[in-house]
Design a protein around this ligand. Structure first.
Ligand SMILES: Nc1ncnc2c1ncn2[C@@H]1O[C@H](COP(=O)(O)OP(=O)(O)OP(=O)(O)O)[C@@H](O)[C@H]1O
Ligand SMILES: O=P(O)(O)OC[C@H]1O[C@H](OP(=O)(O)OP(=O)(O)O)[C@H](O)[C@@H]1O
Length: 231
């Protein structure tokens, strides 16, 4: 049996259902909106597992689901060596979001990453602690800032409503995903002028363990073929 993990709510779930429906596979919730079990029609040997988008990377890595839909941002953040745990089967063309660094819009002399680096140096000298960047993407932000040779900062954990942390005085800057940019604007933040830390979109992943499994190999190949994909 191929276990297919799909986000359990919101637009990501609905667009995933639409994506599979367009390929002849009907996914649906088994019961009410609050019941997290699902049904698959149009594909034999496949079961639907509704999960938090954030847990799908770990479930794939552990081999508890064979296929899973989630954002590339979550896979790269949550799985240190993601390439050895999962295989990207198909980008799905929705759930586009950029992981960016943003600072208060009123920081007029702060436009580029070089500006951030020099403000961060001054900040430490004048405040006695490092400039705080709120994020839930610790691994990705740390790796990116280190590549860009920015060192005078500290990350503060924010698992939601990250854009609010600056007004709440718990951080000076944020690193979060943005799509329309409305949340940033509403919270008086501006994006630092640089390539995004990561461009993310919803992607169908396979667990590497599952792809390698001899028994599941043919079943998986058949299902991917039905979707018009190859492993
Ligand atoms: N505004 C947005 N526009 C497009 N994609 C988004 C947006 N917000 C989040 N995403 C994407 O959706 C995916 C799920 O995001 P998130 O972790 O916020 O999920 P969630 O539904 O809050 O999860 P959970 O069930 O754990 O609460 C991520 O891959 C993210 O990149
Ligand atoms: O650029 P926008 O189109 O405004 O979208 C960006 C917002 O969407 C996500 O939040 P979500 O709604 O998932 O809530 P969260 O803050 O709890 O993560 C993300 O964390 C941003 O806050």
């Amino acid at each position: 049996m191929i276990r297919l993990g799909v986000p359990s709510k919101g637009r990501l779930m609905e667009q995933t259902f639409d994506w599979f429906a367009a390929r002849g596979v009907k996914l649906s919730r088994a019961g009410s909106d609050r019941e997290y079990s699902g049904k698959v029609e149009g594909a034999a040997g496949v079961s639907l597992v509704l999960l938090s988008a954030g847990e799908i990377p770990r479930e794939l890595a552990a081999g508890r689901i064979e296929l899973g839909v989630t954002g590339t941002d979550l896979v790269r953040e949550k799985l240190a060596g993601w390439r050895s745990d999962v295989v990207e089967i198909a980008e799905m063309g929705f759930g586009h979001a950029d992981l960016i660094l943003a600072v208060p819009a009123c920081w007029r002399d702060c436009e580029t990453l070089d500006d951030v680096a020099s403000i961060a140096r001054d900040f430490r000298l004048s405040h006695g602690f490092r400039l705080r960047i709120a994020t839930k993407y610790h691994r990705l932000v740390r790796a990116w800032l280190s590549e860009q040779e920015v060192a005078d900062y500290q990350l503060v954990d924010s698992q939601g409503a990250t854009e609010g942390t600056v007004a709440n005085l718990t951080a000076e800057a944020i690193a979060d995903i943005t799509s329309s940019g409305e949340t940033l604007r509403a919270n008086h933040l501006k994006i630092i002028d640089a390539e995004p830390i990561l461009r993310s979109q919803a992607t169908l992943f396979a667990s590497r363990t599952a792809l390698d499994a001899e028994t599941l190999g043919p079943e998986m190949a058949r299902f991917l073929d039905q979707l018009g994909l190859a492993a």
